[in-house]
Design a protein around this ligand. Structure first.
Ligand code: NAI
Ligand code: NA
Length: 398
């Protein structure tokens, strides 16, 4: 089968198995090039393991410290004539590489918000690993069916209070225009977004894992958050999604209490803005990211998800000393993004940016490359005119 990208809005409907496999290999190579993470995790559960930060966390744990990993995600395998999702191919490629390296790797494909998938995961841990010593929580989803009430919550990306007008880019056409996003009309939008992206499900996972006795002494758990610059506050940190992140961060003390008798600890790590399937759907943010990439690449401090996660594990979570926390108790691997010199330059470019100078003063080219890269396209070393191998899947994905 010859597979070409087919884009609709923020998503690419097709994916390239060989390109996604190459991406996974590149991430593994990067982690290995940084050397072993001493005293790293050994038995790891990653919830949201198939793309973005979760996939890079899994790769870092496996290839940075030889960890056995169980990955949970929601993806689709290939069907007749139709490629599977990127996360499916990523996971198939990861399992192949891990297994070849002698590392245990199994995956569960299903709704992580459900009680059923939690039960299935616990059974698998009991059967194969006994206990886990790290739980990474890296879900990003537009909806969640609540396991106790059955209510289907949908998250929204809206400002709270006033309408928000600023520049945005259609990264395919390169047109920069003003966009106005109206604020929420009632608090239900906040409640729904918090229900989907807040900390409740993380807590449910930790409660269930603990009750089942599958958390090891000294267990760690980490979830990911974002803050970003003032220019995106109205749509991100002060908007509905920001309320969900506030809620996620506020879950940390409750989890610490829950884990205290195991000498366990929970963290939120604030990560850098990056091109992922989730972030490309947020208005304004992709334009900010293309300027941020431009500035950070020029300064030689650009990172992708794997560089971020390798740095998080090696210098914070498993550095041999306690992580450096901000005034709100969070790990900050967005520290380079938030550096004053970086933000000043991005803010100055933001004032000037237009359709006419987009290619020149932003890294929209890098944005597009990474976007297509998420789906396995425009990856170096892949012959896109050649027939791809049919990836049917990996038996251990349940
Ligand atoms: P992503 O879209 O690349 O990954 C989401 C993962 O969640 C995938 O593995 C997907 O299969 C899984 N998933 C979604 N719904 C599921 C369900 N119902 N059941 C099981 N698995 C499900 O997202 P990304 O960007 O890696 O986000 C992960 C976390 O990092 C989120 O909390 C996000 O807010 C945070 N973050 C993202 C930043 C960015 O710029 N992309 C920056 C800082 C934090
Ligand atoms: Na993820």
């Amino acid at each position: 089968m010859i597979i070409q990208p087919r884009v609709r809005g923020f998503i690419c409907l097709t994916t390239h198995p060989d390109g996604t496999a190459q991406n996974v290999k590149n991430q593994i190579d990067y982690v290995q090039s940084k050397g072993a993470i001493e005293n790293g995790p050994k038995k790891v559960l990653v919830i949201g393991a198939s793309t973005g930060f979760g996939l890079s966390s899994r790769i870092t744990a496996a290839f940075g410290s030889g960890a056995a990993t169980i990955g949970v995600f929601f993806e689709k395998p290939a069907a007749a004539g139709k490629p599977g999702t990127a996360g499916w191919y990523n996971s198939a490629a990861f399992e192949k590489e891990a297994t070849a390296a002698g590392l245990y790797a199994k995956s569960i494909n299903g709704d992580a918000f459900s009680d059923e998938v939690k039960k299935q995961t616990i059974e698998l841990i009991k059967q194969d690993l006994g206990q886990v010593d790290l739980v990474v929580y890296s879900l990003a989803s537009p909806r969640r069916t609540h396991p106790k009430t059955g209510v289907a919550h949908g998250s929204v990306l809206k400002p709270i209070g006033q309408p928000f007008t600023d520049k945005t880019v259609d990264f395919h056409s390169g047109v920069v225009s003003d966009i106005t996003i109206n604020p929420i009309e009632n608090d239900e939008d906040i409640e729904n977004t918090v229900a989907v992206m807040g900390g409740e499900d993380w807590q449910f996972w930790i409660e269930d894992l603990k009750a089942a006795g599958v958390l090891a002494e000294g267990v760690k758990t980490v979830a990911y958050s974002y803050i970003g610059p003032e220019l995106t506050y109205p749509i991100y940190r002060n908007g509905t999604i920001g309320r969900a992140k506030d809620n996620l961060e506020a879950t940390v003390p409750a989890l610490n209490e829950l884990l205290a008798d195991l000498n366990g600890v929970s963290y939120v790590s604030v990560n850098k803005a990056l091109v992922t399937q989730s972030s490309s759907a947020i208005p304004v943010v992709p334009l900010y990211i293309s300027l941020l990439y431009k500035v950070m690449k020029e300064k030689g401090i650009h990172e992708g998800t794997v560089e971020q996660m390798q740095r998080l594990f090696a210098t914070q979570l498993y550095s041999g000393h306690a992580p450096a926390l901000d005034e709100k108790g969070r790990i900050r691997v967005d520290d380079w993004e938030m550096r004053a010199d970086v933000q000043e330059e991005v803010a100055a470019l933001w004032q000037q940016i237009s359709t006419e100078n987009l290619e020149e003063i932003s890294d929209i080219k890098g944005y597009r490359e990474e976007f297509f890269g998420l789906f396995g396209f425009q990856v170096d070393g892949i012959d896109y005119e050649a027939d791809t191998n049919e990836v049917v899947g990996v038996p251990s994905i349940q």
